[in-house]
Design a protein around this ligand. Structure first.
Ligand code: GDP
Ligand code: MN
Length: 396
């Protein structure tokens, strides 16, 4: 589950990580009140207005702007709320902005120059350990840093039995070129950040930039936080942080009816039981010259009601030109699935794309007969390759 910047910062802050302070606002009026409150609490004279959408690169798209007085807060917040923000991480249509974060200005002048770093916490899947990835090159696109100056990216791997050790936090502060107060602040920041990551059951923290202020404070100016969905049962208070407006509407609906569905860009809809078979089916479609329109695992019980729900989800995608149903009948019997497909098809009435059904396993032969004799525009197959050939034929 992805969070908004303001929500991520609240979680970080609750574990003692210093963050750039801010108050979220739904309209220009609330933005003004938020700015006044921030000034009374922090003394800030300037404000940063930040679009709250689930996409990075907001600065580049005009979604992060500096306001030097209350009047500008009102004007800028009014402009950003309701806009379609297009960033390098959104689709071409962009994302609608429903709310903004009014944040204190933390790039104020002082004894030293403010300095931006990059820091993320994530799982290194090849070692099975959490790691802190960090760089002196903050505030910019980390992919570009990785490509052009990979030697400026460092990793610190954490042994799960002992957690982050003090010498590791010091090594990070050292590699970032810090000394004195800023060095100590960074070691505190890193250890609080790692604690927050573990305790919140997150799967990704990306803080870009981590800022060293002109008076040597270390704080998170941005926060991309992803919570592991599988751990949400341990964090009941996080559940209502989900913002459905930010998620793909078809995926939200699929989740409501209990289907594992991921929207993709292609033209062949897939309905499969089992995640592994679903992946293999997507490969098959590619080999046949098509592109999968989705990943869809209907799970173990592919009865008529579930098949119909899956049809409804798949057909909401206007790019779908054919549907491949690939079911292995192990526990579920193929003839029951076939009957489910036929019933769902009749119920739906308005299916106007060809359907290829490949059923294999228990009672596959009876299933094929049922489909072939149903009189519907459904092509049956029992072999994988046969199904692929039929997909290719209907797409041609
Ligand atoms: P992103 O573009 O979506 O990654 O949004 P960020 O939260 O990282 O903000 C983008 C940029 O805005 C940062 O890299 C900073 O350069 C700038 N910025 C953020 N906060 C402040 C601030 O308090 N004062 C000033 N002057 N600039 C800021
Ligand atoms: Mn950022």
């Amino acid at each position: 589950m992805n969070l908004h910047e303001y929500q991520g910062k609240e979680i970080l802050s609750s574990y003692g990580v210093r963050v750039q302070r801010g108050i979220v606002a739904q309209n220009a009026h609330e933005a003004v009140a938020a700015a006044k409150q921030l000034t009374s609490e922090t003394g800030t004279k300037w404000y940063v207005i930040k679009a709250q959408v689930h996409a990075g690169g907001r600065g580049k798209g005009g979604g992060v702007k500096l306001a030097k007085n209350i009047q500008e807060v009102e004007t800028i917040a009014g402009q950003i709320i309701g806009m379609n923000l297009i960033t390098p991480q959104t689709s071409a249509e962009g994302k609608k902005v429903h709310q903004v974060l009014i944040a204190e200005d933390v790039y104020y002048p002082g004894a030293s120059e403010p300095n931006e770093f990059y820091m993320s916490v994530l799982l290194n899947r090849s070692t099975g350990r959490n790691m802190i990835m960090y760089s002196t090159e903050g505030g910019m696109d980390i992919e570009t840093v990785a490509e052009e100056t990979p030697h400026l990216i460092f990793n610190e791997e954490i042994d799960p039995t002992v957690g982050l050790l003090p010498f590791q936090a010091r090594r990070i502060a050292f590699n970032l070129g810090l000394s004195g107060t800023a060095f100590k602040e960074m070691t505190k920041f890193v250890s609080a950040l790692y604690t927050a990551y573990v305790k919140s059951d997150s799967s990704l923290f990306e803080i870009n930039p981590v800022l060293k202020t002109s008076d040597d404070k270390i704080m998170a100016v941005d926060a991309k936080v992803t919570i592991d969905d599988n751990a949400l049962y341990r964090h009941k208070d996080y559940v209502n942080l989900r913002d459905l407006r930010e998620e793909n509407p078809i995926e939200v609906e699929a989740k409501e009816v209990g289907l594992n569905y991921v929207d993709l860009d292609g033209n062949v809809g897939c309905m499969v039981n089992g995640a592994g078979l679903a992946m293999a089916t997507m490969d098959l479609i590619k080999q046949a010259g098509g592109e999968p329109a989705n990943f869809l695992d209907v799970g173990g019980t592919a009865d008529a009601a579930r098949v119909e729900a899956a049809f409804k989800i798949i057909l909401q995608d206007p790019n779908v030109k054919a549907i491949l149903i690939n079911i292995f009948g192990g526990i579920v019997r193929c003839d029951r699935v076939a009957q489910g497909v036929i019933d769902a098809y009749k119920n739906m009435k308005s299916i106007n794309v060809p359907i290829i059904v490949r059923l294999q396993g228990t009672n596959a032969d009876i299933a094929k007969e049922l489909i072939d004799n149903s009189g519907l525009d459904v092509l049956s197959a029992t072999q994988f390759q046969e199904a692929a050939d039929k997909v290719q034929k209907v797409l041609a």
